[in-house]
Ligand binder design. Structure first.
Ligand code: F6R
Length: 612
């Protein structure tokens, strides 16, 4: 949600930040902008729209500089427009700033500044903050660094800011609270970015800035301080991502690449953990917490969106295998309704990005109430990972497509392993079932590869239904959350209204929507709910709905009833969702593409939602 990139060093800064913005564009693409120091003067180029539009606007202009800050925006305060695009300038035009996050008390600060005669040229909270910093700098006659420190003590909200100062041309100042910020450490150069993707091709040495830290960056110097002005020792880590992981590699879209990566990413999430041959399962990040988990009074899963759907599947699996009550909460609702949480409760936070603000604040409030927090995250070193007492990384690799795909199946694999590990520790699973499920998980990558062979068939089905106005997705049991996920993918990518429901619930209301124009996608693989879902399909057919069914090999009944059938490999019902979601991801993708939409950057969305 908003991408920030900045550079200081021996290279030309503009090409570095421009490329960085393109890599970060998945975080927001309402507008883009750059500020740099050219001939000692601040120059700002910014434009509404995608980075390419800003690039075109800056074409032919003098962008020579060795220091630059840049931003791609997901609008919060003020519509997407040139004037609201970042960077924003201080009143005297000497400071330029980019910002990710929300300044919650900006109205109050703005009023104070208006009273002092400040004038604003945008609707943003960001412009208020940079005016506020400049006001402090002038009235206290202090350095920009000191003014930033004083200002941030007054600020309520979440932020990453990066400032370039005309009067101090060899220095960048950055600070973070609640939004991610990575520093890349090179030889005679430093990079700053919202994630490591703009940095990885230049250096593998990075520092993750912590909340309430301020970084002062020069070409050959990095100083880290806390908000009380005490020097902190930067902890330099080695990045473990490769450039290829963040490039399209011959695919038309990141989304398609990521869908097709799933046999490998699922394998990676199991690798070194699950050994079906020896019948062992090792989850290092849970080791210390296994007894607590086995004795848990309740497990509460907090997440948002697709990760919330993974949590729903986990609820079914954990309750089945571990006999521990599980609640799955929308993180945003959990946080604000004063939930009953205490000792004996274990929270599992599920998040691809590890930066989702709603999930983070839910974790913080549960932690205050004494609960143990475990994280299931994709991004190593992310805020959610760091706030957790323990947990398991999903290891799906960088997910660039805004709609989550490979992170979801990796979450399902990891959550299934967690359930198995708890069940084993608790003694609530027989050795035989444990081994059977290890075998099933071991085989799932190959079955996903087989499901991907359906791509061309799904494309034909997508073409047939792409003009439908609405879609209904239905499933039961372990496949109910997959129906929700299928509907979410379609909404995001194709802008077609789609709803997911438990198949049986359909007759309590949504069935009123069914007529010959409504495609109804049934996720109806062979499981213990099979007979029931067959009846639900009949109910839809009786009302002339068009049925697209995801079924399993060897099923003769459903294909005889459905209008279109997509046959996936059979698997144990606990593992089947990892396979049954594949054709739904492909269906959404092909419908979105055939309608001419930018499936990697769907309108209004952004990856990594760092505002509440
Ligand atoms: C849907 C999607 C979102 C995210 C949600 C949570 O395709 O990507 O619904 O799942 O914003 O994000 P994370 O998992 O990063 O916490």
């Amino acid at each position: 949600m908003c991408g920030i990139v900045a550079y200081i060093g021996h290279r030309e800064a503009y090409p570095v930040v421009l490329k960085g913005l393109k890599r970060l564009e998945y975080r927001g693409y309402d507008s883009a902008g750059v500020a740099l120091l050219n001939g000692g003067k601040l120059k700002v180029y910014k434009k509404k729209g995608k980075v390419a539009e800003m690039e075109e606007y800056a074409m032919g202009k003098d962008v020579k500089s060795h220091i630059a800050i840049a931003h791609t925006r997901w609008a919060t305060h003020g519509e997407p427009s040139d004037r609201n695009a970042h960077p924003h300038l201080s009143g005297d035009g000497k400071l330029a700033m980019v910002h990710n996050g929300i300044i919650e008390n900006y109205m109050q600060l703005k009023q104070e500044l208006l009273n002092k005669g400040h004038q604003f040229s945008s609707d943003t909270d960001t412009e208020v903050l940079i005016h506020f910093i400049q006001e402090i700098k002038q009235s206290n006659d202090c350095s920009t660094e000191e003014a930033v420190r004083i200002a941030l003590k007054r600020v309520v909200g979440a932020y990453v800011i990066v400032i370039v100062d005309e009067d101090n041309p060899g220095t960048l100042i950055a600070a973070r609270k609640g939004s991610p910020l990575v520093i890349g450490v090179g030889k005679g150069e430093h990079f700053l970015a919202s994630d490591a993707s703009p940095i990885v091709e230049y250096t593998k040495e990075v520092v993750y800035v912590n909340d309430y830290e301020i970084a002062i960056l020069r070409a050959d110097e990095l100083i880290l301080k806390n908000i009380s002005n005490e020097i902190q020792t930067p902890y330099i880590q080695k990045l473990d991502i490769e450039l290829a992981a963040i490039e399209k590699g011959g695919y038309d879209h990141f989304m398609l690449k990521e869908v097709f990566e799933q046999p490998q990413t699922i394998f990676d999430s199991l690798r070194g953990r699950l050994d079906a041959k020896s019948g062992t399962l090792t989850l290092g990040g849970l080791r210390e917490h296994l007894d607590t988990l086995a004795a848990a009074r309740r497990i509460i899963i907090v997440a948002c969106g697709t990760s919330w759907h993974a949590g729903l599947v986990a609820e079914y699996i954990i309750e089945e295998l571990c006999r521990i009550p599980v609640e799955v909460e929308y993180a945003s609702e959990f946080r604000y309704r004063n939930p009953v949480v205490g000792k004996g409760d274990v929270i599992i936070a599920v998040s691809q990005s590890g930066e989702t603000a709603d999930t983070l604040v839910a974790m913080e409030s549960a932690k205050e109430k004494g609960a143990i927090i475990l994280g299931v995250c994709n991004v190593v070193g992310s805020s959610i990972a760091r706030l957790s007492n323990g947990g398991v990384y999903t290891h799906a690799g960088p997910e660039i497509g805004v709609a989550s795909t490979k992170a979801f199946t990796a979450q399902l694999a990891v959550l299934a392993m967690i359930a198995l590990k708890i069940a084993q520790a608790k003694g609530s699973i027989t050795e035989q079932r444990f081994q059977h499920l290890l075998d099933e998980l071991h085989d799932v990558s190959e079955k996903v590869a087989t499901a991907l062979l359906l791509n061309d068939q799904v494309k034909v089905i997508a073409e047939k239904y792409k003009d439908a106005r609405d879609f209904l997705y239905l499933g039961r049991g372990y496949n109910f959350p997959i129906a929700l996920e299928g509907a979410l993918k379609l909404k995001e990518i194709s802008y077609i209204h789609a709803e997911g429901y438990p198949a049986a619930e359909m007759k309590h209301g949504p069935i009123a929507l069914v007529d010959e124009n409504l495609p109804v996608v049934f996720v109806a693989t062979k499981d213990s709910y099979y007979e029931k879902i067959v009846s639900n399909i009949q109910e839809i057919k009786a009302r002339k709905g068009k049925v697209i069914a995801i079924t399993t090999e060897g099923d003769a009944m459903i294909p005889s009833m459905a209008d279109d059938v997509i046959v996936v490999p059979e698997a144990d019902e606990l593992v089947a969702p990892i396979i049954s979601v594949i054709p739904l991801q492909l269906l959404a993708y092909h419908i979105g593409v055939s309608k001419g939409f930018d499936v990697d950057k769907p309108r209004n969305l952004a990856k990594s939602v760092t505002v509440e």
